[in-house]
Design a protein around this ligand. Structure first.
Ligand code: DOR
Length: 428
């Protein structure tokens, strides 16, 4: 079975940027080029997808999502999360281990992979816990998690507070060449905080989380990466100081990578003023200066990729007082237009923007994804960069509705998503 995506503008970052057709055969990319005729083929054997006016890109790769299964299926399941992923253009997602039970064992990793395979939507790459139960005290069975298919290790949602445990985790992870992802938050500095610490938190009477709570842990982790030689990936970088520390670490040649989330370059702490719990996430929304630093980090390559930190919660969980509501917002179905805003603003070129969603994150975890190279899995997204639409969470494929972007007019829409040569999402 062959599929021909015809007349689109192909953006395969670093490889091709221009008008071309894409031919898919046997679930793989078979050719990218001008006017690909499927020679000798009876047209009934070729599915033709017309892509005039659309961008044809590698499917997006999200290094940071919470799919909630097992244990919190009322918030999201692997199937609903994977459907939300492909609706947002993501054909590969890496899921954090803060489920119940925590993904600290082969059985949980294998369960996740089985559920993902039966959902037949996005590819799901599990991230294993650094410590048993992610409680920060005893290392998980890292070799077992690697064997079972985990692509990285993290206690995300929580930091690894004990530096010696983090050092040992890095040493073990190195033996398997697995990246260690830290949620950088010094819990003693952040304790009790529910938003960024600053003028706005003082005016609102809410306890704050200072930038330093993130930055001291970024600095510690960089020091430990230098000590051990480990691959360190910093999740959801949100402050001026964190960007500066990552830039300096990279300039010294350390194996340090970083991601930023769309909400951290699209919103500031001002979004908390009406006590909207959909503006509550961890790390919190920061100041305008922090937003600028994150954008500059994306522009100059300090921040490798864009990850959503898709964190679904049930409606009733967010209908609480601001300081009592859980941290987290959904992100898979709104990421693309927020990234394209950076193109409109002149921060990134369109090719750079697509690279931050595709080959750059794939490279961070060494995933064979995010490319339209010949022979690669045919994971492809068709985008209408000019299509405007209004965010209506009731139309999300995700089970959850907790977005701060309700009612926003967005520019840029996923029209079709293809995984392994099969169309898994078609925009209504
Ligand atoms: O906002 C967040 N939500 N930050 C995290 O680190 C965890 C996540 C969640 O699991 O809800």
């Amino acid at each position: 079975m062959k599929t021909l995506i015809r007349n689109g503008h192909v953006i395969d970052p670093g490889r091709f940027n221009g008008k071309a057709d894409v031919l898919i055969e046997g679930g793989k990319i078979a050719a990218v080029g001008a006017k690909l005729l499927v020679k000798g083929d009876n047209s009934s054997h070729v599915t033709v997808i017309e892509a005039k006016g659309l961008w044809v890109c590698p499917g997006f790769v999200d290094l940071h999502v919470h799919l909630r299964e097992p244990g919190f299926e009322y918030k999201e399941t692997i199937a609903t999360g994977a459907r939300a992923a492909v609706a947002g253009g993501f054909t590969s997602v890496c899921c954090m281990p803060n489920t119940r039970p925590v993904n600290d064992s082969r059985s949980v990793t294998e369960f996740i992979l089985r559920q993902a395979a039966s959902a037949k939507q996005a590819h799901v790459f599990p991230i294993g816990a650094i410590t048993k139960g992610s409680d920060g005290n005893e290392l998980a069975e890292i070799g077992e998690l690697y064997d079972a298919g985990c692509v990285a290790l993290s206690d995300d949602g929580r930091p690894v507070m004990q530096s010696l445990i983090m050092r040992r985790a890095m040493e073990y992870a190195l033996a398997f060449n697995l990246p260690i992802i830290d949620h950088c938050e010094d819990l003693s500095l952040a304790e009790g905080g529910s938003m960024n610490e600053g003028l706005v938190s003082t005016e609102l009477g809410l306890a704050g989380i200072p930038s330093a709570a993130e930055e001291v842990m970024v600095a510690r982790n960089v020091a430990l990466a230098e000590l051990t030689g480990a691959r360190l990936h910093l999740a959801h970088v949100s402050t001026v100081g964190s960007v500066r520390l990552v830039r300096e670490a990279k300039s010294r040649g350390l194996a340090v990578t970083a991601e930023a989330c769309p909400h951290h370059f699209s919103l500031t702490e001002e979004a908390v003023r009406n006590f909207n719990t959909h503006a509550k996430m961890n790390p919190p929304l920061r100041t305008g200066a922090d937003v600028q630093a994150v954008k500059e980090g994306l522009r100059d390559g300090t921040i490798d990729g864009i990850a959503t930190d898709h964190a679904p919660h049930a409606v009733q969980e967010k209908q609480l007082q601001f300081d009592e509501a859980p941290f987290g917002i959904v992100g898979l179905e709104t990421a693309l237009p927020l990234v394209l805003n950076l193109v409109e603003e002149g921060v990134l070129s369109s090719e750079q923007a697509i690279s931050k969603l595709t080959c750059a994150p794939a490279q961070v975890f060494a995933l064979p994804k995010g490319t339209l190279a010949l022979g690669a899995d045919a994971d492809v997204v068709l985008i209408d960069p000019d299509h405007t639409w209004v965010v209506d969470p009731s139309r999300f494929q995700s089970k959850a509705r907790n977005t701060p972007f309700t009612g926003w007019t967005m520019k840029g829409r996923v029209m079709k998503t293809i995984v392994g040569g099969e169309v898994v999402y078609d925009s209504p």
